[in-house]
Design a protein around this ligand. Structure first.
Ligand code: CTP
Ligand code: CA
Length: 224
């Protein structure tokens, strides 16, 4: 029995993972999106499920597959939909991991018909989306909340600010500097920063291996 507990250290735990991009509608046929594949979030979900967790995978549009009975996919399209689903489920989970590349802005008005071109210039007014991770950090009760950060300058300083602003337990800082890290890639180079601002740079590795590192942080949190 002790062996089984070691193999399934997350048995009895529920983990919410956000993954993929969001699509923000402009009109019935167009949207604002980004190049996130969803792979990082799906790899985290799979790793957690393999270690016994019940996983709620709130996924924006993605071609990734979640082949594990421990994973329940909750598909969403927009940032608002992702926010609504996370709001509904957050109180029931032990851990939330925000791996989604959520749009920061969305069109203020969505045209009900396809926008026709004209000779005039055209612009779209944008308004901010709700910050899902900040919401979860603000309302958490004995729950572990993990965010990602993508920075192109003052990486550590900006990531520290995000930990404080969003009341996170851990941030996974993505380094775009190194070749082979980031969107649409198989590998990732990350630095972990915890709420006490301990900084732990990791090697460049596969997204599966980064997912395992993140899940090990979750296991350590429960064993602390
Ligand atoms: N995030 C979120 N909801 C949003 C925006 C971001 O949950 N509306 C989450 C992402 O999933 C990620 C973290 O916040 O885990 C940080 O995302 P990032 O884009 O690096 O930071 P932002 O807070 O959006 O700030 P900025 O883009 O200005 O750096
Ligand atoms: Ca952002």
């Amino acid at each position: 029995e002790a062996d089984l507990a070691n193999q399934l250290p997350l048995k009895g735990k529920t983990i919410l993972v956000t993954a993929g991009p969001t699509y923000e509608a402009i009109d019935p046929v167009r949207f604002i999106g980004n190049h996130s594949s969803g792979k990082m979030g799906y790899d985290i979900a799979l790793c957690a499920a393999q270690l016994g967790a019940s996983v709620l995978l709130v996924s924006g549009p993605s071609h990734c597959k979640a082949n594990h009975t421990g994973i329940q996919i909750l598909p969403v399209v927009s940032a608002q939909e992702m926010y609504d689903v996370c709001l509904t489920y957050f109180s029931q989970v032990d851990v939330a991991i925000a791996a989604a590349a959520v749009a920061d802005y969305k069109p203020k008005n969505v045209a009900s018909q396809k926008i026709k071109k004209s000779d005039a210039e055209f612009s779209i007014e944008l308004e901010k989306t709700k910050d899902i991770l900040a919401y979860m950090g603000a309302v958490k009760k004995n729950q572990m909340v993990i965010g990602f950060a993508l920075e192109t300058e003052n990486e550590i300083e900006n990531a520290n600010l995000k930990i404080q602003k969003k009341n996170l337990d851990l941030i996974v800082l993505n380094s775009l500097q190194d070749d082979g890290a980031g969107f649409q890639k198989e590998t990732n180079k990350v630095t972990f920063i915890d709420k006490n601002f301990n900084i732990q740079p990791m090697e460049l590795k596969s997204k599966e291996a980064v997912a395992a590192d993140i899940i090990n942080k979750v296991i350590a949190y429960f064993n602390a």
